[in-house]
Design a protein around this ligand. Sequence first.
Ligand code: MRU
Length: 346
Amino acid sequence: MTDQADSVEAVRWQGNGLQLLDQRALPQEVVYLDYDRAGGVAEAIRDMVVRGAPAIGITAAYGVVLAARTRFAQSPEGWKQAIEADLQALADARPTAVNLFWAIERLRGVIAGIEGDPEPVLLAEARRIHEEDIAANRRMGELGAALIESPCAILTHCNAGALATGGYGTALGVVRAGFASGRITGVYADETRPWLQGARLTAWEMVQEGIPVTLQAEGTAAHLMKQGRIGWVIVGSDRIAANGDVANKIGTYGLAVLARHHGVKFMVVAPASTVDMKVASGDDIPIEQRSPDEVLCLAGQRIAAEGASAWNPAFDVTPAALVDAIVTERGVVLNPDAGKMRAMMG
Ligand code: MRU
């Protein structure tokens, strides 16, 4: 199972450049797109070729490598100044997932100390970010699965799997570890309108692994919980504030409210790179607004009545008070609050 988990690669450095699995084409087609310019990488992040907070961060890190190569070739003396425009373009690609800014800042710190050709040094750092993410996911998988006391099915939202990370996944890493140890019996997956990450990506990943997956329309969750079919809701995050508030795919907050009402536990699984201690509470997390067309249309076809408008926030914020556990590679925080988050993050 582990080998199969590793075979789902959303982001890879191949030979001399970056390859991204085009997640817009899944599950119908498995196609990798090639990138050798930072501008193309920024566009790929914005257009959802690659998505999921940790995967976006890793992609941006490789994007910085490509930018450094181009800028150094143009001007071995002036590249450090010139690359700032590329770093800005990458940072502007999407606003909510803090891993994007975290990765760019980490490479900016490395850039400051570089003398000579920047590519080998930056590539080594980008690879480290990638490898650390996979290691963090495996650790979180163990920690999160250990919280599940009696075997149960779980509900997940969006895709927080290998496709959304360097590999193995955050929420789906817990599912992988929990299924292997008999603690998780199967997965209910919200289809996750409007992008259908649940139907297209989570279902695909689970089928690859042989983990039983049942898709449901968004509105099914309350009925599912009322029937006692799940023990936990397990999700990832795009940004966790210093007080433990959690930004994640739109619809997550509603699930947390429902879970509390029905006595279902709510677990958030995310690496420390997703925790933003500079943001005091979820109120300060920028929420991406995407095109109304994503809601009004399906597969390029208008489905909504002509004349209707649409509101399309891509994320919402779940208050810390509704979260039972935040799992990072640094440890588990039960009933998170500002003090516990500070202690965990050091
Ligand atoms: O819009 P997306 O597909 O990038 O949103 C992704 C999510 O909301 C994920 O749950 C989150 O990034 C965690 S991924 C490990």
